[in-house]
Write a protein that binds this ligand. Structure first.
Ligand code: ZN
Length: 189
């Protein structure tokens, strides 16, 4: 298996990280949140709970639904189109399900708000935290650097840190350059 190279912004945004758990590999779509075991590992890895959390099948379904909604909203924001209204309902519903308060985090490179739920270490709180981050990405300064990888067949998002970066990873950049090189050689032949 190819070693996973996180896209820029995944460490800065758990919503971008969640969106990118769905990838397209040479053999089709790869879902890194299946099975439920992987979900629990992913949640721990992103420090979304202070203790191991159990995800039932329906909890996994809710997380997968949130991921689809976040992907829909990110795509609409990048394309400047209107999203499916169900995606808005899902993301807004997730913060409403786990009452809490937005906390200001004085971070670098950007300030952001982080959801502090009154029911921590629950699946609801995990979903609310991710949804709140998605809202913050879309409404805040990080939204202007949100991009989808321009490599053919890649469906990952990233936060562009500098320059004119178009790819989510060196793997995608190399793949595009190799394809262009091949095309040029063929045109010359
Ligand atoms: Zn890519």
């Amino acid at each position: 298996m190819v070693k996973y190279e996180p896209a820029p912004g995944e460490e800065d945004s758990v919503a971008v990280a969640l969106a990118n758990t769905l990838r397209r590999g040479p053999a089709g779509e790869v879902d890194h949140l299946a099975p439920a075991r992987s979900v629990e590992g992913w949640v721990a890895e992103h420090r979304l709970a202070t203790q191991p959390l159990r995800f039932s099948e329906s909890d996994v379904g809710r997380l997968t639904e949130l991921r689809a909604a976040v992907r829909e909203l990110f795509t609409a924001a990048i394309e400047g189109s209107a999203p499916d209204s169900a995606a808005l309902v899902t993301v807004n519903g997730a913060t409403a399900e786990a009452p809490g308060a937005a906390q200001l985090r004085w971070g670098s490179p950007s300030l952001r708000s982080e959801w502090q739920s009154t029911v921590p270490d629950t699946v609801d709180a995990v979903l609310a935290c991710i949804a709140s981050d998605a809202i913050d990405v879309l409404c805040g300064p990080r939204g202007t650097s949100l991009r989808q990888c321009a490599a053919h067949g890649c469906i990952r998002f990233f936060l562009r840190e500098h320059g004119r970066r178009q790819w989510c990873s060196n793997v995608c950049g190399d793949r595009v350059r190799a394809a262009r090189h091949y095309q040029r050689r063929r045109d010359q032949a």
